[in-house]
Write a protein that binds this ligand. Sequence first.
Ligand code: ADP
Length: 314
Amino acid sequence: MLDFRFNGEILCMGSINMDLVMVMEHLPVPGETIVTDNFSTYPGGKGGNQAVTAAVQGSKVTMLSKLGGDSFSEQLIEAMRARGVDTSRILRDREKTAGIAIIRVDRKGQNSISFTPGSNAFLTPEDVLENSDLFAPGKILLLTMEISLETIYAALRLAAKRGMFVIVDPAPAPSTPFPADIPQLIDIVKPNESEASALTGIEVRDEKSAEEAAKQLKEMGFKLPVVTLGEAGVIAWVDGSLLKIPPVKVECVDTTAAGDVFSGTLASALSLGRGLEEALEIANCAGALSTTVAGAQTSIPDREEVERLFEKRV
Ligand code: ADP
């Protein structure tokens, strides 16, 4: 099914952000100051979440991205390094800050978010070329979209030239269609429901419409479309037929980063030699487990926990 010799290594590209979260009685109106004693910082960003997940699941992961000169950037690098990611290719633009999300949450759980991509937006196609030694056969390129599209295209073209296996998590879905040569450079594309809708123009709301969207993605040139459906599980279009992975029943408390944990685990399982169907099942287990714990990088399950759940299901 998959004609590729994986070597256990993953090159991860995407955003790294710090989430600054305050929980308060109600959200402030213009001019109002609200006092709260509830403030936390959480390392996040889709690229960071996926890199940490893949490292925790046992792969050798290098992150290629850009951070700033602020103290959040230092903390973010340290958080990733501490969990096993090779951070030596996280570039720095000392004039910029890290990507920052300021999140206010009220007592009813409603939120208001301000976001700046900061240094993430300044990772360039030249940066990709200057680090082209990272693009090597046997490795997986795992890519998300919260960085410049030109940089993404440069990375995809280089990865294809070097014979890498490419997984793209198209989140958030790009506002302009992919250039004509791009879809066929991507081995696995893994949208969730809303990203699948944006990419195909088919409104995905149930399994039937997800199947249509997966078929459409295949026709657009993506080799292996995988659509995640939240609590409804996963569908994939593999070798001309549809594969359905049923959901795992869990006590869900917070779905933040479920998609990132799914993608990071899928990449890791493949890189470590698991078959495609098995890797999808394992990622489905990891995604489900991540929803039982609050937060993004805090909710990444460890490898043993994922394997235990997987073994129970087969
Ligand atoms: P995203 O976070 O990108 O929106 P999804 O919500 O589709 O991604 O979740 C990704 C995967 O995580 C799902 O396909 C599933 O495997 C798992 N998952 C997410 N939410 C749940 C849930 N409530 N129960 C069980 N598994 C879940």
